[in-house]
Design a protein around this ligand. Structure first.
Ligand SMILES: C[S@@+](CC[C@H](N)C(=O)[O-])C[C@H]1O[C@@H](n2cnc3c(N)ncnc32)[C@H](O)[C@@H]1O
Length: 267
């Protein structure tokens, strides 16, 4: 868990931890909204996020759909290659519900960790211990000891969301918006392109690295499912969605000492 309050980024303006923590509610409310609209199924999100009062733009829901589906597909491919003899460490997990969705499909890895600020983690634990009655049940033995043998020494790291193409005008507007909320993107200078994202992994000891912008991710999802979600809400400004998605990417890196074929994992 990270512990600090308000810090000054040596490279930029003041960063407020509270503003960073508030992105947890932004994410979970957007997910809850999209789930309610039928973009994907998640019976657990209702425990962790209230249904937002205001309507969310379809661009937001489609963007989250691509992110949730993309990450879930990569995680499942990793679990399959390792035969679940692995561990997942979810950094900045917020109110993410992937743990329960994997559990429902009997796909849990040997160990599953979530890391976030103490206040966020405490809130999540409280919700798990005292779930709202009448909602889809949350598993009580949610952090059971591993059923699988010792984790194999193979790794995959995934980073959904670090931004790319931040040096263009659209990227600058996104940075300004976040900074006005005291939410600096520390390290954004390194997020120039998909190639710099891959190089960051390779220069830090990873053997294989991939990066796809969210337009590519969206286009790699099953066409019948994309058709289904595109029929849910009318989207006027397709260009805006593309612009947004060109500034986010899904990147993942692998080390595969046991030659399990992790390098082949792709969407
Ligand atoms: C945009 S939210 C995403 C939450 C979740 N992964 C999801 O997709 O719903 C980012 C999360 O990262 C957490 N976070 C950001 N910086 C952090 C840090 N330095 N230490 C711990 N958690 C951090 C925030 O508190 C927040 O819950």
């Amino acid at each position: 868990m990270a512990v600090s309050s308000t810090s000054r980024d040596p490279l930029g303006p003041e960063v407020s931890d509270e503003a960073v923590r508030s992105t947890c509610d932004d994410a979970s409310q957007c997910k809850r909204y999209a789930v309610n609209m039928g973009y994907w199924k998640d019976p657990y999100i209702q425990h962790f996020a209230r249904h937002p009062k205001e309507r969310k733009a379809p661009e937001i829901s489609r963007g989250y759909y691509a992110r949730v589906e993309g990450v879930t597909r990569l995680v499942k491919a990793f679990l399959q290659k390792t035969d679940r003899n692995c561990q997942i460490i979810n950094l900045g997990a917020g109110m993410d519900t992937l743990f329960w969705k994997l559990k429902d499909e009997d796909l849990l890895p040997g160990k599953y960790f979530e890391i976030d600020f103490p206040t966020i983690a405490t809130r999540k634990i409280h919700t798990i211990k005292f779930p709202q009655p009448g909602l889809h049940p949350l598993c009580h033995h949610w952090r059971r000891p591993p059923r699988t043998p010792q984790a194999r020494g193979s790794h995959e790291e995934m980073r959904p969301g670090p931004r790319v193409n931040m040096s263009d005008r659209f990227g600058q507007i996104m940075i300004d918006n976040l900074q006005s909320r005291k939410c600096s993107l520390i390290g954004v200078e390194a997020c120039l392109s998909l190639d710099t994202q891959r190089q960051r992994f390779l220069q830090n000891g990873w053997e294989g690295a991939h990066a796809m912008d969210m337009v590519e991710v969206y286009n790699a999802l099953p066409p019948e499912d994309v058709k289904r979600i595109e029929a849910l809400e009318f989207l006027d400004e397709k260009e805006l969605l593309e612009q947004l998605m060109l500034h986010y990417c899904l990147s993942w890196a692998t080390k595969d000492a046991q030659d399990l074929g992790l390098l082949e994992i792709t969407l």
